[in-house]
Ligand binder design. Structure first.
Ligand code: GLU
Length: 321
């Protein structure tokens, strides 16, 4: 492990995998680019295991994720943190938002949330209607006797905008495009959006590089950071690798899981293919992440989610390169 970043450079990136199964090609892709972005700037890199959800994240997967990153040649500084051990920190942030009068209990069932009166976004996502925002104390008491509430934060009619390192300018009106979102589930588990801002600040993260499926979470996170008095990191949302039929790669693409890939490819072969897909190399060559450092540049990276011919090589073909 190399020295902690702070003494070397102000850039500090992070890996934040959710250990709900084996890593697949899509995770490797974003982890590789996150590592290259931070290390090529002479920066540090920290690791956080996002195992908030006790039902989905098994302890053995955490160890596996770390072994998989190491196998690929990706390192990090210091000890990883585990979200399952950070409940106190999330509770403190939750209370800070409560103290600002921003949090309210939500008793809605799934069916009520999806009720036709709720506004829809252009991409079909149903926004929360705000139904429980204005309940009276008496109504809250009655409903509390029937079910444990989830807890939502009340967002303002405010547009949050930022410049993404890869996607360029991005803006979102929180009320119109996001709606009041959940900070804590009814089973007591704190939500990703809250945990991620608390942890990024705690770990001194200055640079967040992750999949573009999280681009529309960034405005919520920037806003929460402001409300909690936390610094804003810079963001770079890498396009997603799509399978040849145009779908996002998913866990069901078993042949693209690292356990399977490892049987067919060496780490430098995998990294070389990913580097080619990222536009970092002019032609295919097996390469280590370290060797790629001088080739990294933000403006070489593709911006759109894409189906890449190189992905075919990772499918269930024999290793012939
Ligand atoms: N844990 C999330 C994932 O593995 C990433 C969260 C983030 O990078 O903010 O998809």
């Amino acid at each position: 492990m190399s020295a902690p970043a702070a003494s070397v450079s102000p850039v500090r990136g992070r890996f934040a995998p959710s250990p709900s199964g084996r890593m697949h090609l899509g995770n490797l892709w974003s982890c590789l680019l996150a590592w290259l972005a931070a290390r090529s700037a002479g920066g540090g890199m920290v690791l956080r295991l996002e195992n908030l959800d006790p039902d989905r994240c098994r302890p053995e997967f955490c160890d596996q994720v770390m072994r998989d990153l190491e196998w690929l040649g990706l390192d990090w500084d210091g000890q990883p943190i585990y979200q399952s051990r950070r409940t106190e920190a999330y509770a403190a942030a939750f209370r800070a938002l409560e103290d600002q009068g921003l949090v309210y209990p939500c008793f809605c069932t799934r069916a009520q949330r999806l009720a036709a009166s709720a506004p829809h976004r252009s991409d079909g996502v149903v926004l929360y209607s705000g139904r429980c925002r204005h309940l009276t104390p008496a109504e809250r008491e009655t409903l509390s006797a029937q079910r444990a509430p989830a807890w939502r934060v009340q967002v303002p009619e405010e547009t949050v905008s930022f410049r993404d390192q890869i996607q360029g300018d991005y803006a979102q009106n929180l009320a119109a495009e996001c709606g009041d979102f959940i900070l804590r589930r009814s089973d007591g588990v704190y939500a990703y959006q809250l945990a991620v801002v608390v942890d990024d600040a705690f770990q001194g993260v200055t640079q967040v590089v992750r999949g573009s499926d999280l681009l529309d979470s960034a405005p919520r996170q920037l806003w929460l950071q402001s409300k909690l008095g936390l610094p804003h990191p810079e963001y770079g949302h890498v396009p997603l690798l799509l399978s040849p039929d145009g779908r996002r790669l998913a866990k069901r693409d078993r042949d693209l899981e690292l356990s399977q890939l490892k049987e067919r490819f060496t780490a430098p072969q995998l990294v070389g293919r990913l580097a080619l897909a990222a536009g970092l190399l002019p032609e295919y060559a097996p390469v280590t992440p370290q060797e790629l450092l001088p080739h990294f540049a933000w403006d070489k990276l593709p911006r759109q989610d894409f189906v890449n011919e190189h992905i075919y090589y990772f499918r269930n073909t024999q290793n012939h390169w």
